[in-house]
Design a protein around this ligand. Structure first.
Ligand code: NAD
Length: 261
């Protein structure tokens, strides 16, 4: 017999579509990849969203326009304190509140771990400036506003590189470990704001499109035999936002890769 939707199914469906209505979310680094996918998902579920990037201004404006109502784009480099503060200020000016901060923006470059000289002081510094200092400064600036929400949330997009000695560079791995620790420290001290992290393994995004060797290696050894998709990261993020008694969790989403490393 064909499946027919009932009034109760429709009601359930509508309640999912409006699950985050009345909530305001900033997603850093959301002109591409995982951040864009999370921003689009939150908007589809009713949230007002702030799209952000340090460059790619035109793309950011196009994404905000394509989402229509309740979406704006704010150009801001999170590693610059004034710029990060402007991101918060513009959000409050436009939407009057902040409920969800998704710290997704990140920077890396591929450097073999044994090649210490290739990891120059400049690259090391920039990796920390964006991934750690920028995320810290923005979260600090956002916290007082998140505390006014009935369910203030921070979700940090970290990496399995923060829990194992792996990753695109040693600096990147160190920054993601710092972000994981920042997650638990803030969760411990800033309740009732909830602070969690999604720590993906290798994800198919524009960032990793040329990393065929790495994708092949994951496919060969990870128990789920594939890299993550952006949708996997979206579902993990939504899962943490929906699980209202969860805080301080580092949600490893790696197809089981860390089980065999
Ligand atoms: P991406 O390159 O597709 O997107 C990165 C986004 O960050 C872009 O919008 C870029 O403009 C923005 N950005 C970079 N520097 C910024 C800054 N200083 N200020 C504001 N925005 C900035 O990358 P992605 O693969 O979607 O990665 C997103 C996040 O997921 C990163 O934090 C990354 O470390 C993490 N991650 C990615 C993978 C992967 O395999 N792709 C795995 C684990 C974790």
């Amino acid at each position: 017999m064909p499946y027919r939707t009932t009034a109760s199914d429709n009601k359930q469906c509508l309640s999912y579509m409006s699950e985050f209505s009345g909530k305001v979310a900033i997603v850093t680094g959301s002109t591409s990849g995982i951040g864009e996918a999370i921003a689009r998902a939150l908007h589809a579920l009713g949230a007002s969203v702030v799209i952000n990037s340090s460059s790619s201004v035109e793309t950011g404006q196009q994404i905000a326009t394509s989402l229509g109502d309740n979406a704006i784009y704010v150009q801001a480099d999170i590693s610059d304190k004034a710029s990060g503060q402007r991101l918060i200020d513009e959000t409050l000016k436009q939407f009057g509140q902040l409920d969800i901060l998704i710290n997704n923006a990140g920077w890396t470059t591929l450097i073999a771990h044994h090649d210490l000289d290739a990891l120059t002081d400049e690259i090391f510094q920039k990796t920390f400036d964006v991934n750690v200092t920028g995320t810290w400064m923005l979260t600090k600036a956002a916290m007082a506003h998140l505390k006014k929400s009935d369910d203030g949330n921070v979700v940090n997009i970290t990496s399995v590189a923060g829990v194992r000695p792996i990753g695109s560079s040693m600096a990147y791995s160190m920054t993601k470990a710092a972000l994981n620790q920042m997650t638990v420290l803030l969760a411990k001290s800033c309740g009732p704001v909830r602070v969690n992290a999604v720590a993906p393994g290798l994800v198919e995004t524009p960032w990793t499109k040329d990393w065929q060797n790495q994708h092949d290696a994951v496919k060969a050894v990870a128990p789920l035999h594939r890299s993550a998709t952006m949708e996997d990261c979206v579902q993990a993020t939504l899962g943490l936002l929906r699980t209202k008694y969860a805080t301080g969790q580092i949600f490893v989403v790696d197809g089981g890769l860390t089980l065999v490393l």
